[in-house]
Ligand binder design. Structure first.
Ligand SMILES: [Zn+2]
Ligand SMILES: [Zn+2]
Length: 423
């Protein structure tokens, strides 16, 4: 994305205006970096059960479509692919292009209202983030789950787990994949989405367990955490890298102008950010997925910790407080099915496919340990809590330090503060 954007910049008219305004470069830089982060968060938080896909729209290529299903015309296929694969990618590009075109058309106003424009930019990103469920529903053509026993069952489950969402939707992937996701931080703009294949191939118990996994992400506030983590990380890394670059560029025997050092900062920021997301976010995301897995087990567990099977009229524990062997086994079965239906290797899904979610084999292994020793879960939850709290504490302190330094600099010397900020 960053490359795409930079690649475009030469061919578009008015590119010099961008370079003239360090403020806008900083903004573009933030948006460019933000996009990767946002996409990673989105992928981790939303493509939840299947461990590995590099994006729902990419999976369609890997999963063989059943010959029994009519495939539709070429035009409809192309349109379907375009909608699923490209529409979402084009949205941020479109936003950036609009921003750029406005800037090109009204350069004067842009310069004069830089602060307002910057504020509006941040507001626009937040609005797009909050409205993401609506955007996805529109782009992917999601439809409400029709009324019936399954919908009633899931609604009852939501009430029991104290979970609120605005609707349960179906994603028609032409039976391409079995997957589910939850989208939306706010309960009144939040959807739980199941693909057609999952609804066709999974039993109601398994679907409810998968639903529980998605509810688990919300109950553990994963999306809010990802959002704060990524925002503070981008701030802190951006600040660190700019400082390091400035420190190294100054003693160089030849002079680098402001633009070159901005370029160096930008390239290093994108590189470091990607590596950071891969390592730290990957680690965090795998823990969060496991938390959601455990909640999925709880969603279909009764109150008896040593039950040996559920009748059709079993009463599941309220608020997801129960954790019984039958519930754990239902969730394990759902995971096995995700692997077999999507054609994912259970134990060796590939490096790129397992950085966000552990392999299905390892996820199941953990749940089986939980069956043997209930203490495993308690210890796991405690470790995850400590890790998450520590991470947020470190990032929060760093942001506080940056703000403090900034305030101090501007108090001592307003001119210098301005240059520092423009950097
Ligand atoms: Zn998940
Ligand atoms: Zn039970």
């Amino acid at each position: 994305m960053g490359q795409l954007w930079r690649g475009n910049s030469g061919s578009l008219p008015g590119a010099e205006l961008l370079i003239l305004s360090p403020f806008v470069i900083a903004q573009l830089l933030a948006w460019t970096a933000y996009y990767d982060a946002e996409r990673a968060a989105h992928q981790a938080a939303h493509r939840l059960i299947t461990e590995a896909h590099s994006g729902g729209w990419l999976e369609l290529e890997r999963t063989p479509t059943l010959a029994a299903n009519p495939f539709g015309s070429r035009a409809s296929y192309v349109l379907f692919q375009l909608r699923q694969k490209l529409a979402l990618v084009f949205l941020p590009v479109l936003l950036l292009l609009v921003q750029r075109e406005l800037q090109r058309l009204f350069p004067q106003t842009w310069q004069e209202w830089q602060r307002t424009v910057n504020f509006l930019g941040i507001a626009a990103v937040l609005v797009v983030f909050a409205a993401m469920p609506w955007i996805l529903r529109l782009v992917l053509g999601l439809t409400p789950l029709p009324p019936g026993p399954l919908r009633q069952r899931l609604q009852a489950s939501a009430r029991r787990l104290r979970f609120r969402c605005s609707n349960i939707l179906v994603w028609n992937t032409r039976r391409g994949m079995a997957n589910a996701m939850v989208i939306g931080i706010l309960p009144w703009v939040r959807y739980v989405v199941f693909t057609d294949r999952l609804l066709d191939d999974f039993t109601p118990e398994e679907i409810e367990a998968v639903f529980g996994h998605e509810v688990g992400h919300i109950r553990h506030h994963h999306m809010l955490y990802y959002f704060s983590f990524l925002t503070t990380s981008v701030l802190v890394l951006g600040w660190l890298i700019t400082d390091v670059v400035v420190a190294y560029v100054r003693p160089l025997p030849f002079a680098l102008d402001g633009h070159s050092s901005d370029c160096v900062s930008m390239v290093s920021l994108v590189a470091v950010l990607l590596a950071y997301i891969f390592v730290v976010f990957g680690f965090l995301s795998r823990r969060c997925e496991r938390q959601a897995d455990v909640f999925g087990c709880r969603a279909v567990s009764c109150t008896s910790p040593d039950c040996c099977g559920h009748d059709t009229d079993v009463a599941f524990a309220p608020h997801g407080r129960g954790l019984c062997p039958t519930g754990i086994n239902t969730f394990i079965r759902a995971l096995e099915k995700v692997a077999s239906v999507n054609g994912i290797s259970r134990d060796r899904p590939g490096f790129l496919q397992s950085w966000q979610h552990a392999s299905i084999g390892r996820r199941i292994e953990f749940l089986q340990q939980m069956l043997l020793d209930p203490g495993v879960e308690r210890r796991f939850q405690r470790r995850v809590f400590l890790f998450k709290a520590l991470l947020l504490l470190v990032l929060g302190s760093a942001v506080a330090l940056i703000l403090f330094q900034d305030a101090k600099t501007s108090a001592i010397d307003p001119d210098r503060a301005a240059t520092v900020r423009e950097r």
